[in-house]
Design a protein around this ligand. Structure first.
Ligand SMILES: Cc1cc2nc3c(=O)[nH]c(=O)nc-3n(C[C@H](O)[C@H](O)[C@H](O)COP(=O)(O)O)c2cc1C
Length: 212
């Protein structure tokens, strides 16, 4: 049996854009093989704690004497990393909240990113290197960090920095733009763009689920 780890972090309940897209991806991934299952981690319903010591950011051999780690905190971190390490692929619902990722998602990423353990270098791949990750990132507006006036997306670049650049995971990101077009009157003119963006995202996610 091989599993997809499906991570949600949205707090918008029935309005959520990322949750149904993560679920669609999971369904398509499951349907692509009879030995496939899905493990879900809902960081909004069951948040992981914030790091309480820098010791959790470093492999044991790199810690300073004052950076002692409580056994329970070390055990939780081990479980979270093992859950990713055992996955054939990971899908992450990463909505934009205040230009950044939900703090619950940040706390989970903080647990995974451990220098000397999960980070990759030229000499040695990190423990999670090579695992495919699909990031689903809806946002109320639209952002293009290559254009200064439209910059402001600190979701996808931050996740890619941690998981791909530092840890060597194989990250593909799928953004959904203008999801607030049906809620904020000044954005109503972008309704068609919003619908197209969502449809494109769904198509891309189904394709990724089949081919990963
Ligand atoms: C707490 C909060 C903060 C938000 N901040 C932003 C923001 O900074 N920029 C933006 O474009 N949209 C923002 N939005 C809109 C969300 O990105 C949008 O509703 C998106 O679809 C959320 O995905 P979800 O429904 O899966 O949670 C915010 C929404 C919430 C609830």
């Amino acid at each position: 049996m091989t599993y997809l780890l499906a991570v949600d972090s949205s707090i918008t309940g029935p309005d959520s854009v990322s949750r149904p897209l993560v679920a669609e991806f999971a369904d398509a991934w499951r349907a692509a093989g009879s030995d496939r299952s899905v493990v879900s981690r809902d960081l909004a319903a069951n948040p992981v704690p914030h790091l309480t010591t820098a010791g959790l950011h470093y492999a044991e051999a790199m810690r300073r004497p004052h950076e002692s780690v409580e056994p329970a905190a070390a055990e939780l971190q081990r479980q979270l990393i093992d859950e990713v390490a055992g996955a054939a692929a990971v899908v992450i619902g990463a909505p934009m909240y205040n230009w950044s990722i939900p703090s619950t998602l940040k706390a989970w990423l903080d647990h995974l990113h451990v220098l000397g353990a999960t980070t990759s270098s030229d000499e040695e791949p990190g423990r999670l290197a090579g695992i495919p990750v699909v990031v689903v990132s809806p946002r109320g507006l639209a952002y293009d960090n290559s254009v200064p006036e439209q910059a402001g997306d600190y979701t996808v670049p931050a996740i890619e920095k941690i998981l791909a650049e530092s840890m060597g995971m194989n990250v593909t990101s799928v953004a959904v733009d203008f999801t607030l077009a049906d809620r904020l009157p000044p954005l109503a003119e972008h309704s068609a763009t919003a619908a197209a963006s969502k449809a494109q995202a769904l198509e891309r996610l189904r394709e990724l689920a089949r081919t990963l």
